[in-house]
Design a protein around this ligand. Structure first.
Ligand code: SAM
Length: 297
């Protein structure tokens, strides 16, 4: 997931350490003003993101800039544009700007149909927004939520929000690196659901035993990845897919996720249950995501 349609992104201009630090500052300000409930901290962050874009430039620090609205755009009463660009099945598309894909509901339904799970872990979780959203729609009260994130500022922000959460004892967050996945992160578990959402995208090459190592996290493991790998499967799915191929090459983003998942299947470490291409409504029309689901063999 790129940060927005307008911001510079990737290794050239976007620094997630700075990005999470800017959000941490906003949350700390709210806490200093007396806010002590996680859901309102999350709501404040999300509203900020609807109206502002976070820019980070090496050397100059992050800044929030009002979202660009093209002159003459049709607007919703609060001033947001009525339409936002996205892509579907490789084609450019416009959808109402308030239309979003509910990752939390997809994960809750996965947890119901493949679970019950002791642990749901998101790897490369940023400040844990997918886990915080998920707990609100997942009626299973036994599950622990574990977030792994590369950037210290992301982990710190997740911990701040978790500390204000009514179910704080069910959350843990720690450092995690896709290039050397240490699955002791999740602690003792019999059944684990492991999730990634647009974080593998940032890693040029995953280690070839990546899925083998994730599968060893617990005796029973299901993996679900919402990642932009469709162009690795079918680079000619549509005109937007061809642009995505170029973008990934120029940013040096992930190039081997789909291959090594198949290699792990051939090795007998995992079984792939589902691959669906370009089936979300990305905020960045040039970065469509696809779905990979697997389980430990
Ligand atoms: C687009 S953000 C997505 C965050 C989160 N999954 C979400 O959906 O809100 C990409 C995340 O991947 C993290 N990341 C980048 N390289 C990583 C690595 N080697 N290991 C783990 N996370 C990484 C970034 O720090 C960032 O938090």
């Amino acid at each position: 997931m790129t940060e927005s349609n307008d911001a510079p992104q990737g290794k050239d201009g976007f620094d997630y350490g700075d990005a999470w630090a800017a959000r941490l500052e906003l949350v700390r300000k709210k806490i200093a003003e007396g806010e002590n409930k996680a859901r309102y901290l999350l709501a404040a962050l999300q509203r900020q993101e609807r109206f502002f874009t976070l820019w980070t430039k090496p050397g100059s620090g992050p800044t929030w800039a009002p979202r660009k609205i093209e002159p003459g755009s049709e607007l919703w009463p609060p001033g947001n544009r009525v339409w936002r660009p996205t892509s579907l099945r490789g084609l450019f598309a416009w959808v109402p700007s308030y239309a979003e894909f509910r990752i939390d509901l997809l994960l809750a339904d996965m947890a119901a149909s493949h679970g019950p799970f002791d642990v749901i872990a998101e790897l490369g979780c940023g400040y844990g927004r997918n886990l915080f959203n998920l707990i609100d729609v997942n009626p299973d009260r036994q599950v622990r939520y574990v977030g792994g994130e590369y950037m210290a500022s992301g982990v710190e922000l997740a911990l701040q929000i978790a500390a204000c959460h009514e179910a704080r004892e069910r959350f843990s967050f720690a450092h995690f690196d896709h290039t050397n996945p240490d699955m002791s992160l999740i602690g003792p578990a019999r059944r684990a659901l492991i999730v990634t959402v647009h974080s593998i995208e940032q890693v040029l090459r995953l280690p070839t035993d990546y899925f083998h190592r994730l599968a060893q996290a617990a005796p029973e493991v299901v993996g679900i990845h919402i990642e932009p790998f469709g162009h690795q499967v079918n680079p000619a799915l549509g005109p937007m897919t061809r642009e995505q191929v170029k973008m990934f090459a120029s940013r040096r983003w992930n190039s081997n996720m789909h291959n090594i998942a198949h290699r792990a299947e051939a090795d007998g470490a995992i079984a792939i249950d589902q691959v669906s291409l370009d089936c979300f409504l990305p905020l960045d029309p040039y970065n469509a995501s696809s779905l990979l689901v697997w389980h430990r063999k």
